[in-house]
Write a protein that binds this ligand. Structure first.
Ligand code: IPM
Ligand code: MG
Length: 372
């Protein structure tokens, strides 16, 4: 398969984790005879510094004309106090989502067995946690009317949703639940918010077309509690933009480190894949950032194009790295491995996955020869 991939490494640790994700994609090209092309463009702080725009026009054009976008991270403290929010790095990402209509943000959350003890939650609570959050990404309070008045002493953000915005993501979430454990939880605040009542009405009606899926409703405050008390009681979560933002960060700690969690943002024409974590600027260039979230985002990219076997090999490589302890310091603070070692290990695993018997994991982890 030929794929044109737009690469937006972004700020902080973005470039170094994306470099490892690309290494793994190149290993997939080599092993499975695919041809992917990678074109890089600026976004976030780099865009502001170079052309005074966190989403330069050229970058947007490149993304529009690509089959998929691989995105690193965004954010730089230096610009946090820019009074003009359009000149903050985050605005580049928000604008990209809106311009490309990336309405569904999919965030899988999984507890990995070798890391059960890393979780801040007790082992019996995290065990078998495996759910997916479907977060609406281009509507709600993020994009409703924003106002300040009374000389800046009052401000408001409107949370607005339409039936259409809700139903297009609801269908994706129901389809996903149908292929999994057949449970969908709509998280809202329907005891207070009119927009949540609309979500309930629309999602309930759609639910009738998916009789095999068990639909339940959960208020967001209760859901926040349930995520840490019984995370394995969720299968597919469907929620709006703001609640999804907050709950996905909360959920990200379950697995023990946010450095493991990938995401996909799906639109009608374009798709974007990015790790959930931020730019972690203090770690930039130190070879300590966890590349696994970026690498798993690459696996989600492959799955999107139905390259399931390829994605599975990446996932196996990740499992192997975690089991062997070839991990970055966020997973084990005594580790001797860094970002590039973890990337090397997984990329080498991909290339050599047919030669199971001859692999020498110790050497791979040390960045030396892969075959004895
Ligand atoms: C996320 C981030 C973004 C969001 C920020 C960087 C604008 O927190 O992708 O979850 O709020 O959506
Ligand atoms: Mg967030």
């Amino acid at each position: 398969m030929n794929l044109k991939i737009a690469v937006l490494p972004g700020d902080g640790i973005g470039p170094e984790v994306i470099q490892q994700a690309i290494r793994c994609l190149e290993a997939i090209e080599e092993s499975f005879d695919h041809t992917f092309s990678y074109k890089e463009a600026a976004v976030g702080a780099l865009g502001i510094e170079t052309v005074n725009d966190p989403l330069p026009q050229k970058t947007l054009e490149l993304c529009k004309n690509s089959d998929a976008i691989l995105f690193g991270a965004i954010g730089n403290r230096q610009f946090d106090h820019n009074l003009d929010t359009r000149l903050r790095p985050e605005h580049g990402l928000l604008k990209l989502r809106k311009e490309l209509d990336l309405f569904a943000n999919i965030r899988p959350v999984k507890a990995y067995k070798p890391l059960y003890d890393r979780s801040p939650l007790k082992k019996h609570i995290v065990e078998n946690t495996d759910f997916i959050i479907y977060r609406e990404l281009t509507g709600g309070i993020y994009f409703g009317e924003k106002k300040t008045w009374d000389q800046g002493r009052k401000a408001s953000d409107v949370c607005e949703y339409s039936e259409k915005e809700i139903s297009r993501i609801a269908h994706l979430a129901f389809k996903s639940a149908r292929n999994r454990r057949k449970k969908l939880t709509l998280i809202d605040k329907a005891n207070v918010l009119e927009s949540s009542l609309l979500w309930r009405r629309v999602v309930s009606a759609i639910g009738e077309s998916y009789p095999e899926v068990n639909l339940e409703f959960c208020y967001v405050d209760h859901a926040a509690m349930r995520l840490v008390l019984q995370p394995n009681s969720f299968d597919v979560i469907l929620t709006d933009n703001m609640f999804g933002d907050i709950l996905s960060d909360e959920a990200s700690v379950i697995s023990g480190t946010i450095g493991l969690l990938p995401s996909a943002s799906i639109g009608a024409k374009n798709v974007l894949f990015e790790p959930i974590h931020g730019s972690f600027s203090t770690a930039k260039g130190k070879n300590i950032a966890n590349p696994i979230a970026a690498i798993l985002s690459a696996a989600m990219l492959l799955e999107h194009f139905s390259l399931f076997e390829e994605a599975m090999v990446i996932r196996e490589g990740v499992d192997r790295a975690l089991t062997k302890g070839i991990v970055t310091p966020d997973v084990n603070n005594k580790t001797k491995y860094g970002t590039s070692h973890v990337g090397d290990f997984i990329a080498d695993f991909i290339v050599d996955h047919h030669d199971e018997v001859t692999m020498n994991d110790e050497n791979i982890g040390l960045g030396r020869s892969t075959i004895i």
